[in-house]
Design a protein around this ligand. Structure first.
Ligand code: APR
Length: 238
């Protein structure tokens, strides 16, 4: 691949499906039998902190047993070639990109293996502990409770400024395994389509099992499993 060009890659749940991590849209609005708003919203957290922590503790346990697949590895290899010309942005909270060797990953929806204080500015910290009862939930020095470092529904995704700047300057935009249903991530490709209309040198490719909701905005849609299609696709790009 031409190492003078900037590449933006957005990954979604589909890239981790072959690693054994379930996607969202195939679970009928339920996550492991819970209503999304009970376990992934600030209101849910206020209502029942124990339930929220039990849910994320289970998910921590699961991802700690998962391994990255060839799609994650292909992106780690791409980073070795492109360095900071690759902007890897994921909606996933699992650590599969890092496990595959990627060093600069922007987790716009947070990270499952990190926690932070619900009240103060203490930075998020690595945490693979499991909390199953209210009294196990740690307290910050400031007196507030420690919560998962996850962007819940109704909260602002992280790093939006850096993400938008990177989308504005990339030559190639690739989305892997995302249904195109959750914004703002689903809207990023619109900027590429606009820049193309303005005559700029940029293009977009979608890779995934099925056509996403925003498929019409991509220049190319490549259907297949990420672990099979992505390594080959990246190897072919001039
Ligand atoms: N390879 C490639 N794509 C796959 C594979 C696979 N092996 N398996 C499934 N897919 C595709 C599905 O066809 C679907 O289009 O991955 C997509 C997964 O879509 P979602 O489950 O909606 O995941 P995502 O788009 O990442 O969700 C976005 O929604 O609930 C929130 O915060 C959560 O980050 C998440 C966000």
């Amino acid at each position: 691949m031409d190492t003078t060009k900037k590449v933006f890659v957005l990954t979604g749940a589909g890239i981790s499906a072959e690693s054994g991590i379930r996607t969202f849209r195939d679970s009928n609005g339920l996550w492991e039998e819970h209503h999304v708003e009970d376990v992934a919203s600030p209101e849910g957290w206020q209502r029942d902190r124990e339930l929220v922590w039990r849910f994320y503790s289970e998910r921590r346990k699961q991802v700690l047993q998962c391994q990255p697949n060839p799609a994650h590895t292909a992106l780690a290899v791409l980073e070795e070639a492109l360095g900071d010309k690759l902007f890897l942005c994921t909606q996933n909270i699992d650590p599969m990109h890092e496990s595959a060797g990627s060093k600069r990953v922007v987790h716009m929806h947070g990270e499952l293996l990190k926690s932070r204080c619900e009240g103060c500015d203490r930075p998020p910290f690595y945490d693979e502990a499991l909390y199953y009862s209210e009294k196990e939930i740690p307290q910050c020095e400031c007196g507030n409770l420690i919560r998962p470092h996850i962007v819940w529904f109704g909260e602002m995704p992280f790093a939006m400024r850096a993400i938008k700047e990177a989308v504005r300057s990339c030559h190639l935009f690739i989305t892997v395994g995302s249904s195109g249903a959750v914004y703002p991530a689903a809207g990023l490709v619109r900027e590429i389509s606009y820049r193309k209309d303005m005559g700029e040198d940029t293009r977009s490719i979608y890779v995934g099992l099925e056509r996403p909701d925003n498929a019409d905005l991509f220049d190319e849609v490549v259907l297949g499993k990420a672990g099979e299609v992505l390594p080959e696709l990246l190897a072919k790009i001039p």
